[in-house]
Ligand binder design. Structure first.
Ligand code: PA5
Length: 445
């Protein structure tokens, strides 16, 4: 079987020597042991490691059947969730099925809600539901996260007004198997539920029902997605830095970080990669950004951003490196027309496809940025098939876990996320936060 991803290190060679990999090898072996023997920090959140083979096959069948039902009885699916409870499904849907608007087949329109507190976003989504058959997939592991809980309150009310008691047949809850407000509500109301495994954190949950149900509703083959992840699980099992591309990528990030790079910019040359970059940013940001450590995960879409941030990359502070996600065989390409008058002077491109031009932009940019002192890691992805994307997801998850352990942090917790929540609850007057409210208000005066 061909590898869906190739790690191309050609444009890092000027910046990293083989000695640096050699020096890191014993640490990679030790960090790998923490993952395989499950004795590192956060070891109760390693359920994703064997998930591509150990996932619940019965529930998987139920996900496919439910997706089929939603495709038949709904024009719109509202996916409610924040952070790890929506970024993965959105990333995969946009990566595999890029569309600008309503699709022609019977795929429902999919809108993501509950990932912000914007009234205009909420009202816009409600407006788009008007006159259409709507279903809701509410996703929250804790069941108590404010943003999705508020959005669900709104959508539940909307569906109950439209469908009465039958609203319960249009609401699907993905949550903890036993605990939490959402689980309790779902049981009381009789919603169909799907389980987020205890040992898988939000940002590692895209291959659980969290991601799989919305992805299947979008018409994407989730068997293929899991098979691709399974191949990655097999390919990246060894701790050999010479042959394990996933660990090699993690090692490169570690080396760059220790050499003073503070920011990894993930770069795509297709706008539909933007949401995948958001998923990567959450994965790396929440896993590694703690104890005053961690690379800052940024992203750019070229050639768009070459006309804005490209200037900074070429000549600004030299604290960056780039990781380019290049797709070798995009699903869509087009020829450039020849113009008899050639007034725009572009006939030199008319024997090329748009993707060939994009590829030349990519190669020209890599050469320019490397020349400007910015190392470029290139991840060449065969295509945007669900199989390749499943492979890519697992590649990133494992690389992130290894890099976290190499950097001496717990890659599976996110204690920093609580700070804003506490302040917000206090300022909003949540019972129990009275003292904190007074203290914060005095700071705001
Ligand atoms: O990665 C994480 O754990 C977080 O981003 C969570 O997914 C996010 O905060 C949403 O949490 P919950 O699913 O409990 O609503």
């Amino acid at each position: 079987m061909n590898k869906p991803i190739t790690l191309n290190e050609k444009f890092t060679k000027k910046f990293v020597s083989e000695n640096e990999f050699e020096a890191l090898k014993p640490f990679v072996i030790a960090a790998d042991k923490l993952i395989t023997e499950k004795n590192g920090l956060g070891n109760d959140f390693l359920g994703w490691v064997n998930l591509p083979s150990s996932y619940d096959k019965e529930e998987f069948k139920r996900i496919k059947a439910t997706a089929q039902k939603i495709r038949q009885d709904s024009d719109v699916l509202i996916v409610i969730g924040i952070g790890g409870s929506y970024l993965g499904s959105r990333a995969v849907i946009e990566f595999c099925e890029p569309v600008f608007g309503t699709k022609c087949d019977n795929t429902p329109e999919i809108y993501f809600l509950g990932n912000n507190l914007s009234p205009s976003h909420m009202v816009e989504v409600l407006n788009r539901c008007k006159g259409k058959r709507v279903s809701v997939n509410v996703i929250s592991k804790s069941g108590t996260t404010t943003e999705p809980a508020l959005a669900f309150r709104v959508m539940k009310d909307y569906l109950e007004k439209q469908y009465g008691d039958a609203a319960k047949d249009r609401i699907y809850a993905t949550t903890d198997k036993a605990r939490g407000t959402l689980k309790k509500l779902a049981d009381e109301k009789g919603y169909e539920t799907f389980v987020i495994p205890d040992d898988i954190g939000g940002r590692y949950s895209v291959l659980t029902p969290v991601g799989l149900l919305p992805i299947a509703v979008a018409g994407i083959d989730i068997d293929e997605l899991m098979s691709g992840a399974h191949q990655a699980m097999d390919d990246f099992k060894n701790d050999n830095l010479d042959s394990n591309d996933c660990y090699r990528y993690a090692a490169l990030r570690t080396i760059f970080s220790r050499k003073g790079k503070t920011t990894e910019v993930t770069v795509g040359y297709e706008p539909f990669i933007a949401s995948f970059c958001e998923w990567i940013k959450q994965l790396h940001g929440e896993s590694e950004g703690k104890d005053n450590k961690g690379l800052f995960p940024a992203s750019m879409i070229f050639s768009t951003d070459l006309h804005s941030l490209g200037q900074y990359v070429q000549q600004g502070q030299r604290n960056l490196f780039e990781t380019v996600l290049w797709i070798n065989n995009p699903k869509i390409d087009m020829n450039i027309l020849s113009d008899p008058n050639n007034l725009d002077g572009l006939n030199f491109l008319s024997d090329k496809t748009l993707n060939e031009i994009n590829k030349n932009a990519f190669m020209g940019t890599v050469l320019a940025h490397v020349e400007g002192g910015i190392p470029n890691i290139v991840l060449e992805l065969n295509d945007t098939s669900p199989y390749s994307v499943g492979y890519l997801i697992y590649f990133y998850e494992k690389a992130c876990a290894l890099a976290g352990y190499l950097n001496g942090v717990n890659p599976f917790d996110q204690p920093g996320v609580e700070s804003y929540k506490k302040n917000m609850f206090a300022l909003l007057g949540k019972p129990g936060y009275e003292e904190m409210k007074a203290e914060l208000e005095s700071k705001l005066k």
